[in-house]
Write a protein that binds this ligand. Structure first.
Ligand SMILES: [Zn+2]
Ligand SMILES: [Zn+2]
Length: 265
């Protein structure tokens, strides 16, 4: 079978952060550390799979975290309509990954059992663990279950030929990475299994974590899922936008051919 194309679409950024927000135990904790927000599009001929939804302007307002563009507009720029999205992998249910579920009414969602159990279970009684979730987004996922449009996975699973999901946990109980066969080899969308290259390459945990051991094991697993370390794509690292070639609109980067030039990280 032929290879998949993978594009990263940037929909938001947050610059008023420090390294303490990105790494536990960082010596340089006061230094600024920006974060980018992406959704990812997998394409092969007429097949389209969306990975994560981003969030909309209502969520942006309630969290005071503005977005650069509505996820639907981001998709329109690459020739896709939200209504036409029928397959949607949700890496986890945090607001910035599942906050646009309602924008994709025709999508079947692909989710780990552990993530649904976590987001609807007793852990959500703790404010610290609940913080990255929004009840409406979780309810939207529950509705998909009742509509018969949720495919659950327990660990590893195949979404389509050449596209598999792998539960790594750590940052969220049922966080799944997405492995995609591309022209350059097996590419792995880490999502928040590693927000930045530095998390996984330097074994530096991210502060939002439910199971630290799973997070550290996840860093190791990511290296096994991708054909090369240059093909592990962190979930929020602005470096992705400088390492990979831009294609189409100014917020879109092509990932499936690997980074431009030599990868030295
Ligand atoms: Zn997250
Ligand atoms: Zn995230």
């Amino acid at each position: 079978m032929s290879a998949w194309q993978v594009h990263a679409l940037k929909y938001a950024q947050r610059n008023s952060r420090t390294r303490a927000d990105s790494f536990i135990f960082d010596d340089n904790h006061d230094a600024p550390h920006a974060m980018d927000y992406f959704i990812w599009v997998l394409r092969r001929g007429k097949e389209v799979i969306l990975v994560d939804t981003g969030y909309d302007t209502d969520e942006a307002t309630s969290r005071d975290r503005p977005i650069l563009r509505d996820p639907r507009d981001a998709l329109a720029g690459v020739g896709l309509k939200a209504e036409d999205i029928t397959q949607l992998i949700v890496t986890h249910l945090h607001y910035d990954h599942a906050g646009g579920l309602h924008l994709f009414p025709n999508a079947t969602i692909h989710l780990q059992e552990a993530e649904m159990a976590y987001a609807t279970g007793p852990c959500m009684c703790h404010d610290t663990l609940k913080m990255p979730f929004t009840a409406d987004h979780v309810c939207e996922a529950v509705k998909r279950v009742y509509q018969g449009r949720c495919v659950f996975y327990d660990g590893d699973g195949e979404v389509a030929e050449g596209v598999t999901v792998h539960c790594l946990g750590g940052h969220s109980r049922g966080l799944q990475a997405v492995r995609v066969r591309t022209e350059a080899g097996w590419l792995c969308l880490a999502s928040d299994a590693s927000h930045y290259y530095e998390n996984m390459f330097e074994n530096k945990p991210f502060p939002i974590v439910v199971d630290l051991e799973n997070m550290l094991d996840g860093f190791v697993r990511l290296h096994k899922l991708a054909s090369d370390r240059s093909l592990i794509i962190p979930g929020h690292d602005p470096l992705v936008t400088t390492l990979f070639p831009r294609e189409g609109p100014d917020y879109c980067w092509r990932l499936d051919r690997g980074p431009d030039g030599k990868f030295t990280l």
